[in-house]
Design a binder for this molecule. Structure first.
Ligand code: OOB
Length: 535
C-alpha cells in the first residue's frame, strides 16, 4: 500500500484549465506518462537494444523490467508517490534505471548536475523537501558521500542517501531493486520531474514539468530530428540537463526505440571513441565543446562516419564556429535554442545552410506562442530586437515554490519572460543577440556582450572570447575582453583595428584586454559570465 503525498503540489503553478483542455484536444498532450514511453517501446520491440554500456547491451525488455524493480524497491523504502528525490548522478547507464524507476513509482526526481556542490544541493533539497538523495560514491577526486552526509545534517526532510558504488555509511542503491505487483496509477497532468534552472543570477530555481508536457517535449523533438529506432543517441552533456534528457535526447530516443549510450567524459578522445564503438548517430553539445571537437578532428583519428546530426545549443554558437561543424565532423549541424522552462527552437534538418549557420532555429511546436517585446512590453516591429516572451504546451507557467520571483518572471497573462534578446526573421527563425542583463553600460551606451564576442571570435588567433564590464569611475563601466588565444596574444591596438575593420562602432571597442588559459564554465559547460565578472 502506498499513499500519495499531495504536498508536492504546494507551490506548483499549473497550466490554466482552458489551456490544458486545448492542448489535449489538439493532440499535443496524449495522456501518456514518461514511464509509458519506455513501456510502449518495450512492448513493441522487447529485443531491441535500449542501452549500450561499456561491453554489454541491455534490451528494452530488460531496461523496462529494471525500471519496474527499481520503482518497487523505492516504494518499499517508504518513499511515496509525490515525494521528491534529489538525483545527482554522472552519465552512467544506471541513470536510466533510476530515472524510470522514480517516474514509474510516481516519485519526483529533482535532477541536479554532477558539478553542483553543497550550496546548490542544500538549497534544492530544502526547497523541494526531498526525502532521499541518489548519488554515485565518487567521481574523480570528489566524494559525493561526504557531500551527502553534510546535506543530510542541514536538510531534515532527507531520510535516505542511496549510493551507486561503495555506499560507505549510506544505503546501497543496487540493493534497492525488488519484485512487486502493482505500481501506482499516475495522472499524466501531474508533476513528472523537476529540472534546475540554468539561471545566471542567484540560486537555481526548480522547474516542475508534467508527464503530459514533457512527453510532448521529447516526442515532438524526436520528430523534428527524424529520430528512428536505428538511431543511437550519445548522452555527452550531463544527462540531468533538459537538452540531453528530452530535446530529443534520452527520452526522445526511448520513445522511438533507438539506443542510448552515455559518456562521463566529453573530451574528444573519449567521446570520439564512444561514437566509433557504438556507431552513434546523434548527440548534443554546447558551443565550446563543439569547437573543441571540430579542432580535435585534426589529431584524433576515430571513425565518426556514423554521426549524422550534431545538435549545438545552450549558448550562442558563433557563425565562424557553425560553418566548421559539417566539414570537420561530417554531421548535419542543428542549432538548438532552448530553456529548461520550456520553449525549444530548432533549425530543421533541411534548412538552407545560411539559416543553419546564422540562426538559433524556430519554435518546435505550432502551439508555441512567441512575442518579441521592447522595454515597455510592446511588440517590436518584425525583425527588430526585443525580449523573447513565450507560452505554450510545454512551457511552465511559474517556477516551483517561487511566488515572488514568478510575479516578475511571468506576465499576468502567462508568458515566461526569458530575458533573452532575439530578432525574428520572416521564416520564424530566431537570432539570439544576447541576454537583457548581459550588456555593458559604457558611459550610457549599451553594448551587447554577445555581439562583441561574436566579432572577437572572428579573429584568427582567438579561440574563446568573453566580454565583461569592469567598474570605471568616469564611464560607470568599461569594456573588458577576456581572450583565450592560439599562439601570440594580439595587442589591444591590434584588436581595435581588427574590430573597426569589421565595422564595429568605436564605443563598443574593448578598453582593456585580458588573456586567460581557460574561461570558467557552468555545470553544463557554458561560459560562466558571473564567475568571470567576479574574477
Ligand atoms: C538550455 O537550457 P538552460 O535552461 O540551461 O538555459 C537556457 C538559456 C536560454 O534562456 C538562453 O539564454 C541560453 O540558455 N541559450 C542560448 C541557446 N540555447 C540556450 N543562447 C543562445 N543560443 C542558443 N542556442 O540551455 C537548453 C535547453 C534545451 C535545449 C538546448 C539548450
Amino acid at each position: 500500500m502506498t499513499t500519495t503525498s499531495s504536498t508536492h503540489r504546494e507551490g506548483y503553478v499549473p497550466f490554466p484549465a482552458d489551456a490544458a483542455e486545448n492542448y489535449r484536444a489538439a493532440g499535443y498532450w496524449t495522456g501518456r506518462t514518461l514511464g509509458d514511453l519506455l513501456r510502449e517501446t518495450a512492448r513493441r520491440a522487447p529485443e531491441r537494444t535500449a542501452l549500450l554500456t561499456g561491453d554489454a547491451a541491455r534490451s528494452y525488455a530488460q531496461v523496462d523490467a529494471d525500471a519496474d524493480r527499481m520503482a518497487h524497491g523505492l516504494l518499499a523504502l517508504g518513499i511515496a508517490p509525490g515525494d521528491r528525490v534529489v538525483v545527482q548522478l554522472p552519465n552512467v547507464p544506471e541513470f536510466l534505471t533510476v530515472l524510470f524507476g522514480l517516474l514509474r513509482a510516481g516519485i519526483i526526481p529533482v535532477l541536479t548536475l554532477p558539478a553542483h556542490r553543497r550550496a546548490e544541493i542544500e538549497h534544492l533539497a530544502a526547497l523541494s523537501e526531498a526525502v532521499a538523495y541518489v548519488i554515485v560514491d565518487r567521481q574523480g577526486d570528489f566524494d559525493y558521500r561526504e557531500l551527502a552526509a553534510t546535506v543530510r545534517e542541514s536538510v531534515p526532510s532527507l531520510r535516505h542517501v542511496l549510493v551507486l558504488g561503495d555506499p560507505g555509511e549510506h544505503l546501497d542503491l543496487n540493493a534497492v531493486a525488488r519484485d512487486g505487483d502493482t505500481l501506482p496509477d499516475i495522472d499524466p497532468s501531474d508533476i513528472a520531474l523537476m529540472l534546475v534552472s540554468g539561471g545566471t543570477t542567484g540560486l537555481p530555481k526548480l522547474i516542475a514539468r508534467t508527464h503530459d508536457d514533457y512527453a510532448y517535449n521529447a516526442t515532438a523533438s524526436a520528430a523534428v530530428c527524424e529520430l528512428t529506432a536505428d538511431d543511437v543517441y550519445l548522452a555527452t552533456l550531463p544527462a540531468a540537463h533538459n537538452f540531453p534528457l528530452a530535446c530529443p535526447g534520452i527520452l526522445g530516443t526511448v520513445s522511438v526505440g533507438g539506443a542510448v549510450a552515455f559518456v562521463t567524459d566529453p573530451s574528444p578522445e573519449n567521446a570520439f571513441a564512444a561514437i566509433e564503438k557504438h556507431r552513434v548517430t546523434v548527440t548534443a553539445v554546447v558551443p565550446p565543446l563543439a569547437q573543441l571537437w571540430c579542432a580535435a578532428t585534426e589529431w584524433e583519428d576515430a571513425d565518426l562516419a556514423s554521426l549524422r546530426l550534431l545538435q549545438v545549443g545552450g549558448a550562442r554558437l558563433a557563425e565562424v564556429n557553425a560553418v566548421e561543424v559539417t566539414p570537420a565532423l561530417g554531421a548535419t549541424l542543428q542549432q538548438v535554442f532552448g530553456m529548461a522552462e520550456g520553449l525549444l527552437n530548432y533549425t530543421r534538418l533541411d534548412d538552407p545552410a545560411e539559416l543553419l549557420h546564422t540562426t538559433q532555429g524556430r519554435p518546435l511546436s505550432p502551439a508555441d506562442e512567441v512575442r518579441v517585446v521592447d522595454g515597455e512590453g510592446n511588440d517590436v516591429a518584425p525583425g527588430e530586437e526585443g525580449e523573447l516572451l513565450t507560452k505554450g504546451p510545454y512551457t511552465i507557467r511559474g517556477y516551483y515554490r517561487a511566488p515572488e520571483h514568478n510575479a516578475r518572471a511571468f506576465t499576468p497573462d502567462g508568458y515566461y519572460r526569458s530575458g533573452d534578446l532575439v530578432r525574428r526573421l520572416p521564416s520564424g527563425h530566431l537570432v539570439v543577440s544576447g541576454r537583457i542583463k548581459d550588456v555593458i553600460n559604457r558611459g550610457g551606451e549599451n553594448i551587447s556582450c554577445d555581439e562583441l564576442e561574436e566579432h572577437l571570435l572572428a579573429h584568427p588567433a582567438v579561440r574563446h572570447a568573453a566580454a565583461v564590464g569592469l567598474p570605471d569611475a568616469a564611464l560607470g563601466e568599461k569594456v573588458c575582453a577576456v581572450l583565450v588565444v592560439d599562439g601570440a596574444m594580439p595587442t589591444l591596438a591590434e584588436i581595435k583595428t581588427f574590430l573597426t575593420g569589421r565595422g564595429l562602432a568605436t564605443y563598443k571597442l574593448p578598453d582593456v584586454l585580458r588573456q586567460a588559459d581557460t574561461l570558467p564554465i557552468t555545470a553544463v559547460g557554458k561560459i560562466d559570465k558571473k564567475a568571470l565578472r567576479a574574477q
